[in-house]
Design a protein around this ligand. Structure first.
Ligand SMILES: *Cc1c(COP(=O)(O)O)cnc(C)c1O
Length: 413
């Protein structure tokens, strides 16, 4: 791997300094592991749940139990956890189309949503977008990483808003991710003015990073991907939606068919990996967080801009390294790719990606294609040339990758 002794020493010294922070991560893992284990117990998960259905998927015990397990963990009325979701974007799209009708207005209060939603909403023209169906869309940016309370109040008192979307993780933006306390404040604020507004949360990358999830603090519907945190690196595709029963019914009938909602959907042998992934998730999220913290500490000390800082409170598993330099971003992603288990000899090349406007470079030598709970680094090729790094299934492999990156950077400069 060509890891030099300097790199090993840097990582060992860093780990000495990071002991207390790692301990806090372990405490969060403990609480979330307990949450998962209790949910498996309460909902009586048995080996029968691994059986599968095909075809229409009627009477799929495992599928039904898994959705109850998710409801217990998220403290939601109901849940939709399906391998028929292609991705997180598909689950988000399903939720938006399920909740909104022609003439309704959707409002984003955390800035422009994730890039792959541009065509879903119609920010970028698409004949199948929400806007093409006559749904109106508005957005407002955060101000200094805070919600714009004055503007929110003005908009929601002066016109009827059907749904507010809040994306917790920063996506490919430069703002900070939104922690659960800030989320709770803004949800309370909105509900006091108009309790009927549906609050929908894009929870991608945030699950199990803290000990509370958004339904507990007032959100109506929460959406995420299963090839991120909750898949634990085991689940090979899918998405989840948890929330109010009436909304989950709408989502199920949008994913499937009006009149055939949650009752159908073959599990096709997926149930075991959904459960096992969830079982691993608290530990895998902790490994991803430690890898992110180590990266932040070391890259920060080497003089690069990083966000979050190593000792910032974590909201998601994403670590930004801001290069302000196209070539350095590419080199970094190459080093991550070469420290991956799969396709390690490949060189990532910036290219167009479906759903993204700028060329994107992606290092993802992963077992599951595009899985970003596995170690991965990517970024759009636009200033300020930020690497968005996520994951590592184990901390052992995460620290090896950090050693590899610093060895390569030292050599090439
Ligand atoms: C990854 C991500 C998505 C999209 O999920 P995919 O599974 O990649 O489609 C949406 N929102 C945020 C904040 C994300 O991080």
């Amino acid at each position: 791997m060509n890891i030099d002794s300097e790199a090993i020493k840097l990582v060992r010294d860093a780990e000495d300094k990071l002991k207390d922070i790692y301990k806090d991560i372990d405490d969060i893992e403990y609480i979330n592991s307990k949450k998962v284990l209790e949910a498996l117990y309460i909902n009586n998960v048995t080996e029968d749940c691994f059986n599968m259905t095909t075809g229409y998927g009627y009477n799929d015990l495992g599928r039904e139990v898994i959705e109850k397990v998710y409801s217990t963990i998220f403290k939601s009325e109901d849940a939709l956890v399906r391998c028929q979701f292609i991705s997180g974007t598909h689950a988000l799209t399903t939720a938006l189309f399920a909740c909104l009708r022609p003439g309704d207005t959707m409002l984003s209060i955390s800035g422009k949503p994730y890039d792959t939603l541009d065509e879903v909403i119609g920010i970028k023209n698409n004949d199948s977008s929400l806007i093409s169906f006559g749904i109106k869309y508005e957005q407002m940016d955060l101000i200094d990483n805070e919600f714009d309370y004055d503007k929110i109040k003005e908009v929601i008192t002066n016109k009827k808003i059907k749904l507010i979307e809040i994306q917790r993780s920063k996506g490919y933006s430069t703002r900070k991710s939104i922690d659960i306390d800030a989320l709770e404040r803004v949800i309370k604020f909105v509900k006091e003015i108009d309790k009927d507004i549906i609050i929908m949360i894009d929870n991608c990358y945030c699950e199990f990073v803290s000990t509370k999830e958004p339904i507990e603090i007032g959100a109506d519907i929460v959406v995420g991907s299963l090839i991120k945190n909750l898949g634990g690196g085991i689940t090979s595709n899918g998405g989840y939606i948890v929330g109010r029963r009436d909304l989950i019914k709408l989502c199920a009938e949008r994913l499937n068919v009006p009149g055939e909602g949650k009752e159908v959907g073959p599990s096709l042998g997926f149930n075991k990996q959904l459960l096992q992934g969830l079982f691993f998730a608290p530990s895998v999220v902790a490994s991803a967080l430690k890898t992110a913290i180590l990266t932040s500490y070391i890259m920060g000390n080497l003089g690069y801009d990083v966000d979050p800082m190593y000792d910032d409170k974590r909201v998601d598993i994403v670590q930004n390294i801001i290069f302000n330099d196209r070539d350095k971003l590419i080199k970094y992603c190459e080093a991550i790719q070469s420290a991956s288990p799969i396709d390690a000899k490949f060189k990532p090349v910036p290219d167009d990606m479906p759903g993204y406007s700028d060329k994107v470079i992606m290092a993802a030598g992963t077992f599951v294609q595009g899985s970003s709970i596995e170690l991965s680094a990517d970024g759009p090729l636009r200033s300020p040339y930020i690497a968005y790094q996520q994951g590592s299934l184990t901390y052992g492999y995460g620290r090896l990758a950090v050693m590899k990156v610093i060895s390569d950077i030292n050599k090439k400069e």
